[in-house]
Design a protein. Sequence first.
Length: 558
Amino acid sequence: MDIGGLETVVANSAYVSARGGAGASGASSRDRRHRARLRLPHISQCEALRARLAGRGPGDGGAQGAAGQDGGAQDGAEETSFRWQCLEQPIGKRLFRQFLEATPGLAAAGALWAELEAFECCEEAERGAAAKALRGRFFSPGGAEHCGFLSAAAMAPPAGPSTPEDFGLARKELLAHLEATAWAPYRASPYFGRFTQFKWLEAQPVGAEAFADFRVLGKGGFGEVCACQRRATGKMYANKRLNKKRLKKRHGYEAAMVEKRILARVHSRFIVSLACAFQTKTDLCLVMTLMNGGDLRYHVYNVDEDNPGFPEPRAVFYTAQILLGLEHLHQHRIVYRDLKPENVLLDDRGHRDMGGPPLPPRHRGVPPVPPPGFMAPEVLRDEEYDWAVDYFTLGVTLFEMVEARGPFRRRGEKVENQEVTRRTLQDPPSFSERFSAAARAACEGLMAKDPGARLGFQAGSCAQLKAHPLFAAVSWGRLEAGLVPPPFVPDPRRVYAKDLGEVGAFSSVRGVELDGGDAALCDAFASGTVPVPWQEELIETGLFQELNVWGGPGQLPP
Ligand code: ADP
Ligand code: MG
Ligand code: MG
């Protein structure tokens, strides 16, 4: 393969070296000046914020307020909920856990919580022994860590062999117990003060100067997508720029807003997350998870051109991950609508993730319209549709990963869209010997023409689909926790993106002036930092541990 022009080589090497530096030991790739500015405020600066987070009346929080608005906590009630403060926000959860650990009378419950989480991701071979150890430690009356608050039903051993759901009821009761007995003392403790210090820091304004830009990775509808690095932490991201004038000219504000809101709301290992949204004079910017392993289309067709398509286990691995991403979206009442191999991106470890904007559920005929061959029959018939469309396209994607062609066209065949539509509505797909019986059955179930008969999301989960024989080898808990080694790991020195010259430039936008109305729209877009990814970033880069020291000025010892 041609390595491209000199410009690309230089840009790639800067990018690869920044990427390499930003691992768990990212300290070396941080910018010292920016890192130094990341300091917890004096606790006295956080009083108003603390009152707000404790649900004690209004208060402007001393910072930019409304950080929770688009950031996962959807409204005031949720911002002060136990769930949001102690379970969903990574730093909130860590501090709550530290509080439990340090509090006599709560430490056993805290330890049980940690053990239950470990149990859910343990290897199948170790599960029986792990369950036994857990029971002995926490369920034995008279034991030092006996959790007497659990009901007999929660402690009863399972009738059959051990499964990851064995302690489901215990976990539910444990969290209810913690909410009832530990949450109030936690909120009166210095640990909650520390939490408000982090929340204050999180709410500080963020702009382009917080990031260093690297090479262009791709071209979107309204601007380029670049690799970038947060100067203070060294963490790499992708920055998708949307040119304001181009947005105005092509009436793109609303779609941009929808994309931002949805990305800010979903937090799944299998969906790119939004770290922050800000604006510059010319652009709206979305800073999101960097997916630098290339897209699945490229991997299916271009990596080994003489032998396209994946061995079935690899296709099943990606299908399982996509399934978890879809389940998460559908639990948040979001229909993705645009699933196809091209929109599935790999990260640097070879795990997959969905890029592009998912859309809210139940609507019809809203662009972008998926390409022919990826449209479910009900969409082609212009009927009302729901998330079942995403399982149809999951079937198409699985088919294409195995077979290296779409189910409704022969390889290399030129077909009119009209004919693809006809086949999608009427013809069953034809399977080659590349498919196992299980893969074929799963494809048929997913590509059922009648959405009511299709495999997919039912009663709030994909439990039934996950139990399909196709996924017999998949350990869902471990996959969800990121513990399953991927079948293919992208080369860390390689850049899976087009050469700079091939990305293509934008023509300048003429005849559009921005006014006060645009400024208001842009301000609404630029909502700043999204809590969950920001907190994950601080933990992952070691900054949380560096900042979370006790005993300094204004930082009372617990
Ligand atoms: P648009 O929605 O405007 O079409 P896309 O989201 O499709 O923009 O992004 C355009 C291109 O930028 C993609 O095809 C891909 O090459 C690249 N890209 C987008 N998001 C990421 C990401 N998170 N990580 C790496 N590259 C990305
Ligand atoms: Mg695109
Ligand atoms: Mg897109």
